[in-house]
Design a protein around this ligand. Structure first.
Ligand code: DOR
Ligand code: ZN
Length: 344
């Protein structure tokens, strides 16, 4: 097969940032996707409906002419989130979902939730209103190894959340382990997971063998190859609980290539071609449309997109860098070539 047509995909997890970054990040999101779930971990975070509405306006201001794309906004949960505000935000069509960052788990998560019990009233309101809970599923305890933080989160917290709120829609974001894939596959229709292109394509050897490659550093961190294989199996299984979420996360080159580099892989521009490459290698191109374009809308109870995209087996060269608001942004695999490309 040298060409495939798909219903236009959506990205169910991305970071666009704010201000001058939006000119680039919005254009890149709109290159391949019709809708993107926009993460709220700005500085300061998007914690209220009013902040989400204002952020959406700033994003839409950068929509390229003729683009077929829309942002879907999320709220950042804190210990003090007001359930009435988020339910009103969902009713007004401003808020699509809410994001749980355990405090300190990742980039700009300092205002996150310090104790999940503190947001039980909020989760109850979300369950009642049908608002999905999106979870960064890692514990932050200093004594838990960074490679185990997702699996421990599932045991200590996720199982309790799912049991305590039997109708709450939950997305375990950017899963990285066999344990996560198995949990989501066995947890029924209302528990789902996003999987990034980089966690499908890479494992920790790619980051660490032969030198330390900071552009592969993200959270949750890349795991062993057996976990990578479990993610590929989940994504290509046809199970509707798994769908596309790039977790594309722009950082300036100077913040990535330094003694203490920050977490995030920038893939927005080429992620769709990365997914096509992985599905092709797994002989599962026939499963790509469900993963990229159908399973997400079904979970979020949103319409499936009505337009299509075409991918061809043609080399795609990933740019060596992008200019982002006067700074330099280096995408993942800068300067390398993928075997599939989107027909523009
Ligand atoms: O690698 C990551 N980068 N993981 C996250 O959870 C956050 C993201 C970011 O905001 O840069
Ligand atoms: Zn993210």
């Amino acid at each position: 097969m040298n060409s495939i047509r798909l219903t236009r995909p959506d990205d169910w997890h991305t970071h666009l940032r704010d201000g001058a970054a939006l000119e680039l990040t919005v254009a890149h999101a709109a290159r391949s996707f019709a809708r993107s779930i926009v993460m709220p971990n700005l500085v300061p975070p998007v914690t209220t409906t009013a902040l989400a509405a204002a952020y959406r306006e700033r994003i839409l201001h950068h929509l390229p002419q003729g683009a077929d794309w829309a942002p879907l906004m999320t709220l950042y949960l804190t210990d003090n989130t007001d359930p009435e505000d988020l339910v009103a935000g969902a009713e007004q069509g401003v808020v699509t979902a809410c994001k749980l960052y355990p405090a300190g788990a990742t980039t700009n998560s300092d205002s996150g939730v310090t104790d999940i019990d503190k947001i039980f009233p909020v989760l109850s309101a979300m369950q009642q209103a049908g608002i999905p809970l999106l979870i960064h599923g890692e514990v932050t305890d200093a004594d838990i190894d960074i490679f185990d933080r997702e699996a421990v989160f599932i045991e200590r917290h996720l199982k309790r959340i799912v049991e305590s709120f039997p109708d709450l829609k939950v997305v375990l974001e950017h899963i990285t382990t066999r344990q996560a894939a198995e949990f989501v596959a066995s947890a029924g229709d209302r528990v789902a997971a996003t999987i990034t292109a980089h966690h499908l394509m890479y494992n920790r050897n790619h980051m660490l063998v032969g030198g330390i490659r900071p552009h592969y550093y993200c959270l949750p961190i890349l795991k062993r190859n057996e976990h990578q294989q479990a993610l590929i199996d989940a994504a290509t299984s046809g199970d509707a609980s798994f769908f596309l979420g790039t977790d594309s996360a722009p950082h300036n080159q100077s913040a990535k290539e330094t003694a203490c580099g920050c977490a995030g892989c920038y893939t927005a521009w080429q992620a769709l071609e990365m997914y096509a490459t992985v599905f092709d290698q797994a002989n599962a191109l026939d499963k790509l449309e469900a993963f990229a374009s159908l399973n997400g809308p079904a979970f979020y109870q949103l319409p499936v997109n009505t337009t299509q995209v075409e991918l061809q087996r043609q080399p795609l060269e990933i740019p060596t860098s992008f200019a982002m608001g006067g700074e330099t942004l280096v995408p993942l695999d800068a300067g390398e070539t993928l075997g599939w490309s989107l027909v523009q």
